[in-house]
Design a protein around this ligand. Structure first.
Ligand code: ADP
Length: 506
């Protein structure tokens, strides 16, 4: 009995306050007293019959409000009071049986009351737990940096987070119940509508895809780029869509800034290369040029004499030699600028191109440029200075992007293929093509059609780098319009490479 008591009376959840624990005993005492009073009042009518029935309310209420202990207390009090009332009559067997039955019933009701209270307190604990979790979840959702919009299957907004209120400038009250499409620009609304209808027809429900980049519209009509991620939940047979919206304005600004910085870097690197080349050339050329001028002056003096001194001839020859030396110096300087401090080694051409493109194509997508890569694994291994060749690729990509600035069709592709024992890289664009005025001196320094912006040395440095590697660079018109720049690089002869080549041939 003690164990049963412990089990049944074990507190579930929080302990009730003292007043709440005492109240059921007070009910038991009061209701048993009331039962005695009522029974005594009705005694002329009832005689010695129906004694214990008057204590049933005390039993029920004490057990329901206090559980086992108050229920048993009410039972004991009731049995005592009943026996006291019965003692005034002669022993009536039926009433004693009533007393035993009542006692058993009292114990059962007290146990039942305890169970009821345990269930009640468990339910209260559960609902408190659910409320706590709900509050915790709400606090998390309120602090996530993404705006959150929950819609039903028809697209009507059910919930709108505080971040969404800040982002779209609509208040929750204004948006809930409206179609979420009011948060998009009219053109995106149409596109999303037709997309949702297409998906609904395909049996996917009116979803809008998992992730998309769209243009959001604030209450004041201003627009901003956003990244939308949609999650689907099922609740009671209904589907709900939770959209997480991230404002991309900052990212776009950062990308644009990166692009500007990169352009500046390219410019500075060209300038420094030029400055270096110019000062070295000035220094180195000074010697042969003054020698040429001395030889020619001497030669002229010898020729001015009446008998035309034959020593003029070697002087003029020497002048010619010096002129050739000046040419050599210029070539040497170009190679130095292009290939000086070269760090050549076997490297992956595809990896090199991908890395350079990552930098060179920043912002290309936003400019509506479609990029395509077709990189052959068979010519992947090359023997080059990785950084220098990346400089070439970067240059060609930037030129291609600039050339397509005003083109209706903007397609940029980078492909690799084998060209004899060399690897060939092609960068093609659908831009304005090479202007006829620069076509025949494209790779010479200071040739540019970019008034005020171009230094016109990018391609000449590219040629220097490629030629220093033993390759060649040239252009071809792109059949759909635009230009293809091609250059070749020495391949690294590796067994794996040779095997891949054989496989390709097979
Ligand atoms: P810059 O960038 O200073 O103009 P470059 O040597 O890079 O110097 O290019 C020289 C010129 O070649 C450019 O001004 C442009 O007219 C032309 N050019 C280069 N690439 C392309 C291209 N992809 N399409 C059309 N013209 C190009």
């Amino acid at each position: 009995m003690e164990r049963l008591w412990e089990v049944l009376d074990r507190p579930v959840g929080r302990r009730p306050a003292v007043a709440a624990r005492v109240t059921p005993y007070v009910y038991a005492v009061l209701l048993v007293t009331l039962g005695v009073v009522c029974r005594l009042t009705l005694e002329p009518l009832l005689g010695d019959r129906v004694v214990f029935l008057f204590f049933v309310p005390a039993l029920l209420i004490a057990a329901a409000t206090g559980g086992l202990a108050p229920g048993l207390t009410a039972t004991a009090l009731s049995v005592g009071a009943g026996l006291m009332l019965l003692s005034r009559y002669r022993t009536v067997v039926g009433n004693e049986i009533d007393g035993v039955v009542f006692t058993c019933l009292g114990v059962v009701i007290a146990v039942g009351g305890q169970r009821l209270r345990a269930a009640q307190s468990h339910a209260a604990e559960m609902s408190r737990h659910v409320l706590d979790r709900q509050a915790h979840l709400a606090s998390i959702l309120d602090t996530v940096p993404d705006a959150m919009v929950v819609t039903d299957e028809e697209g009507f907004v059910q919930s709108f987070s505080p971040v969404a209120e800040t982002l779209f400038q609509w208040s929750k009250a204004e948006v809930v119940g409206q179609n979420f499409l009011i948060l998009m620009t009219p053109s995106d609304r149409e596109a999303l509508e037709s997309d949702m209808e297409r998906r609904a027809a395909a049996g996917e429900g009116r979803t809008i895809g998992i992730r998309r980049i769209l243009t959001g519209q604030r209450k004041d009509g201003s627009t901003f780029p956003l990244d939308l991620f949609v999650g689907v939940t099922n609740s009671n047979g209904h589907r709900f869509f939770t959209g997480f919206v991230r404002d991309l304005t900052e990212r776009h600004t950062a990308e644009a800034r990166l692009q500007e910085l990169q352009a500046e870097l390219l410019h500075v690197s060209r300038l420094s290369a030029m400055g270096e080349m110019a000062s070295s050339l000035a220094h180195e050329l000074n010697q042969p040029l003054s020698a040429i001028s001395n030889y020619l002056r001497g030669g002229r003096r010898l020729l001015e004499t009446e008998n035309r001194d034959s020593r003029a001839l070697p002087a003029i020859e020497k002048a010619a030699d010096q002129a050739l030396r000046a040419g050599d110096i210029i070539r040497h300087m170009r190679n130095f600028i292009a290939g000086g401090e070269s760090d050549r080694g076997e490297t992956s051409l595809n990896g090199l191109l991908e890395e350079a493109s990552e930098l060179g194509l920043v912002g290309a997508h936003e400019r509506g440029i479609d990029t395509r890569f077709d990189l052959s694994p068979a010519v992947d291994a090359v023997e080059v200075d990785r950084v220098q060749v990346q400089q070439v690729v970067l240059n060609l990509l930037r030129n291609a992007i600039e050339a397509m600035k005003d083109s209706p069709r903007r397609e940029l592709s980078v492909t690799t293929s084998a060209a004899g024992d060399m690897a060939m890289v092609s960068v093609s664009d659908t831009g304005h093509g090479i202007s006829p005025e620069v076509a025949d001196k494209l790779f010479q320094p200071f040739v540019s059609t970019k008034s005020g912006q171009g230094m016109g040395v990018g391609l000449s440095i590219c040629r220097g780098i490629i030629e220093a590697h033993g390759g060649r660079i040239w252009t071809e018109p792109n059949p759909p319009g635009g230009t293809i720049f091609r250059f070749t690089l020495p391949r690294a002869t590796r067994e794996a490479d040779v095997a891949a080549q054989r496989k390709e041939v097979a």
